[in-house]
Design a protein around this ligand. Structure first.
Ligand code: IPE
Ligand code: IPE
Ligand code: MG
Length: 260
């Protein structure tokens, strides 16, 4: 996909059109990761139950996935459920799982049509069996897709991911009789859920919270962070475009003294 694909859905003269025109297509982030937050607050503002916020958030997911594919991003990672989110009331957890299943059922054809490869990162094995089955089906059906890699982080924890990777690595090192000094950063990266994918260039968090909440701890070492007050159910294409336009104004120094 490319500029043309995005212009198709962005009306001439709109605010979105000027955002699209502000974007430098040669310097897009390869990987965008999003902490989707604020569903509960969105519902409370409307005197609705929290789960209504989660339900409304599905439209934002759809919009962001489609826009990312049209932009031609390589990877989009959405944080949907953390290992800590089990602390929530069982009815809320159940609704979230149900919504996930529903989303996949409804969207699978669209994902396939847009050449999107769906993947889960996180401890999938601890999710309810019916949810696992739906996720497996989504991954299996889209596994040959060549376009956007769409990761959904489910029952995900950054520390758990690093711990698992280190355990695996240590087992390999012992089995091969290697010296611990042979361990490299690449060897750790290669044992994370995101093995083979570029690290996020841009990390977005909605609803104004200035924290990472155990998301992609290893991978975000040099990500540019963009926080918006917009609550997740209100987040749409224009916000993603704005985040990318702002990202392109940043000077990524990686500890050096900068280029500009
Ligand atoms: C994000 O919205 C969705 C999940 C974490 C599953 P929240 O449910 O955290 O919404 P707030 O933070 O309470 O507003
Ligand atoms: C982060 O949101 C997790 C997800 C978006 C899935 P939370 O709402 O769970 O984070 P905290 O509790 O505010 O840090
Ligand atoms: Mg929250």
């Amino acid at each position: 996909m490319a500029l043309q694909d995005l212009l198709e859905v962005v009306p001439a003269g709109s605010e979105e059109r000027s955002l699209v025109q502000a974007i430098d297509w040669t310097r897009l982030p390869r990987h965008v990761a999003v902490i989707m937050d604020g569903n509960g607050r969105w519902a409370r503002q409307r005197h609705k139950r929290r789960v209504e916020g989660h339900r409304a958030g599905i439209d934002s997911v759809r919009d962001v996935v489609e826009t990312s594919a049209r932009l031609g991003l390589e990877v989009l990672t959405l944080y949907a459920f953390s290992v800590e989110n089990w602390k929530r009331p069982p009815t809320e957890v159940r609704t979230l799982m149900g919504l996930l299943k529903h989303y996949l059922r409804m969207e699978l054809d669209t994902l396939l049509r847009n050449d999107i490869r769906f993947q889960v990162i996180g401890r999938m094995e601890d999710l309810p069996g019916d949810v696992q089955k739906e996720l497996e089906r989504g991954m299996e059906r889209t596994r040959h897709a060549k376009g956007l890699v769409f990761n959904i982080a489910l029952n995900y924890g950054g520390r758990a991911e690093i711990k698992d990777a280190v355990q695996q690595l240590l087992a390999d090192v012992v089995a091969n009789g290697q010296d611990p000094s042979s361990i490299t950063e690449e060897a750790i990266s290669a044992r994370l859920y995101t093995a083979g994918l570029p690290d996020p260039d841009l990390l977005i968090r909605t609803s104004g919270e200035m924290r990472i909440s155990n998301f992609l701890l290893w991978q975000i070492a040099y990500s540019e962070i963009w926080v918006t007050e917009v609550l997740w159910p209100d987040f749409r294409r224009r916000h993603l475009l704005q985040a990318i336009a702002d990202y392109q104004k940043r000077d990524r120094r990686y500890g050096g003294i900068g280029g500009a």
